[in-house]
Design a binder for this molecule. Structure first.
Ligand code: PSV
Ligand code: MN
Ligand code: MN
Length: 389
C-alpha cells in the first residue's frame, strides 16, 4: 500500500523537530575500540557545523544538544552565534558525572559531602551555560549504582539523590526544565540509582512542575513494552523528552528505527494519542553514536526514520480503530493498526520534500554535496573530538 498524505498530516510533519546530539558527530565506539573517522570534528564548532548539514538537507533538526565538559568553549555567546549563523540553535545541555575519578562511587548520591557538592556545582555550571546558550533543558543521566548486594545502602542513596536534585532544581530558571533520564543497568550492574521510569517519576515529581522524565529507548530490559511507558508518562504530564536510538541487546545507541521500526511506530502512535506530537513539553532528541558508519549520513537516516514512522502513525484511522476497539473486534482493530504500519510513505514524503524546496532524497543530496570530502581534506591533524574529548 502507498500513502496519500492529507494536508493535516503534512502540516503535522512540517512542524516536527528532532534535536541532534553533538556527540553523534564525534568519535565514539565500544569499550574494545574507537575507530577514528576522517573528517571528524576537532571541536564543538565543527560538530555544530556538521549538525547543521542534517538540518539543511531535511529541515528536521533545528537544534543541537551539548554535553559538558565535552563541549566546553571559552564563549558560549560566540558558540550560540556560530550555531545561529548556520541556521540552527543550541538545545539541551547534558551534564556529565561519569568520567571523573571522584565519581567512582557516586556523584549526586555520594556519601562524601565534598564529592556530592562538586557534582551539584557541576550542574549549577551547566545551568549557567544554559543561560548563555538560551537552552531550556538540563538533562541528567547518572552513572551511579553498585555492583554487589550489600555494597551500598540503597535507601540512603535515594534520599541523597533527592536532596541533590532539589539543590539543582532551585537554580533552574522560570523558562528552564530539569529532565531526569533512567537506565536499568550499566555502568553499574547490581543496582542503578535511577533504573526505571517510576524512580525517575518519583524523584522529579517531588521537585516540581519544571522537572520531567527523559525516556531513552535503549534503556529498558528486553521485552519491555516501551509504548506503555510513553502512554503513562504522557497521561501523567511528565514525559519531558525522548532520547531516540535503537538496540538489539543493551544500550547499543544504533540508528533509531533500525532494529525494530514497528516499535518506533508503536511509540509514535502513543505520542500522537497522548498529545505529545509537536508539543513543546515533549522534546524529541537522538542519543546515538556512529562507530562504523559515516556520522552525518547516519544522523540524516535517523531523522528520516523518525519522520517516516511518524507519517505512518498519523495514517492510523483513529475513528475506525476506536469503533473496532469498542466492539471488541480484536482482529479488525489489529488490521486497522497494521494497515497504517504497512503503508509505504517514502514516495509521498519525497514528493512533499521537493515541493518545499528540499531534496527528495536527502541521503543522496548530502552525498552529492561534496561536504564529506571537504571536511576529510580540511580537518587533517588536530585532535578529533569524541567521548571524553
Ligand atoms: C549513557 O547511557 C548515555 O547513552 C545516556 O543515555 C545519556 O543520555 C548519554 O549517554 C549522554 O550522556
Ligand atoms: Mn540517553
Ligand atoms: Mn544510553
Amino acid at each position: 500500500m502507498t500513502a496519500t498524505l492529507t494536508p493535516d498530516i503534512l502540516s503535522a510533519l512540517e512542524a516536527q523537530a528532532i534535536e541532534l546530539p553533538s556527540w553523534a558527530f564525534g568519535n565514539s565506539g565500544t569499550r574494545f575500540k574507537v575507530f577514528g573517522t576522517p573528517g571528524t570534528p576537532r571541536d564543538p564548532y565543527e560538530k555544530i557545523a556538521d549538525a547543521a548539514q542534517v538540518h539543511e538537507h531535511t529541515a528536521l533538526a533545528p537544534t543541537v544538544a551539548l554535553h559538558i565538559p565535552w563541549d566546553k568553549v571559552a564563549s558560549y555567546d560566540d558558540l550560540r552565534a556560530h550555531a545561529e549563523g548556520l541556521g540552527v540553535a543550541l538545545g539541551t545541555v547534558n551534564s556529565n558525572t561519569f568520567q571523573d575519578d571522584d565519581y567512582k562511587f557516586g556523584a549526586l548520591t555520594h556519601e562524601d559531602d565534598r564529592i556530592r557538592r562538586k557534582a551539584i556545582d557541576h550542574h549549577l555550571e551547566c545551568i549557567d551555560i544554559m543561560d548563555a546558550t538560551g537552552s531550556r533543558d538540563l538533562k541528567i543521566w547518572l552513572a551511579e549504582g553498585s555492583n554487589y548486594p550489600g555494597q551500598n545502602d540503597l535507601r540512603a542513596r535515594q534520599d541523597r539523590l533527592q536532596d541533590s536534585l532539589q539543590q539543582i532544581y532551585a537554580r533552574i530558571g522560570e523558562n528552564q526544565r530539569l529532565v531526569l533520564e533512567y537506565k536499568f543497568f550499566e555502568p553499574a550492574f547490581y543496582h542503578t540509582d535511577v533504573p526505571d521510569w517510576g524512580t525517575s517519576y518519583v524523584q522529579v515529581a517531588a521537585l516540581g512542575e519544571r522537572a520531567m522524565v527523559c525516556l531513552d529507548t535503549g534503556h529498558h530490559a528486553p521485552g519491555t513494552n516501551i509504548e506503555f511507558i510513553v502512554m503513562q508518562l504522557l497521561r501523567l504530564g511528565k514525559l519531558g523528552s525522548f532520547d531516540f536510538n535503537s538496540r538489539f541487546y543493551a544500550d547499543d545507541d544504533l540508528i533509531v528505527g533500525a532494529a525494530d521500526p514497528f516499535q518506533l511506530f508503536r511509540i509514535l502512535d502513543q505520542v500522537i494519542r497522548g498529545g505529545g506530537l509537536n508539543n513543546p513539553d515533549v522534546a524529541f532528541m537522538l542519543d546515538q553514536c556512529h562507530n562504523l558508519e559515516a556520522k552525518i549520513p547516519g544522523q540524516i537516516r535517523s531523522v528520516l526514520n523518525v519522520q517516516e514512522m511518524t507519517a505512518r502513525a498519523l495514517l492510523i484511522d483513529r475513528e475506525a480503530l476506536a469503533a473496532a476497539q469498542s466492539a471488541n473486534d480484536v482482529l479488525g482493530a489489529n488490521a486497522i493498526y497494521m494497515d497504517a504500519f504497512q503503508t509505504d510513505v517514502r514516495p509521498a514524503l519525497a514528493e512533499w520534500r521537493e515541493s518545499r524546496g528540499l531534496p527528495a532524497d536527502p541521503m543522496a543530496a548530502f552525498a552529492a554535496s561534496g561536504y564529506l570530502e571537504r571536511i576529510e581534506a580540511d580537518r587533517v591533524g588536530g585532535v578529533q573530538a569524541g567521548w571524553g574529548a
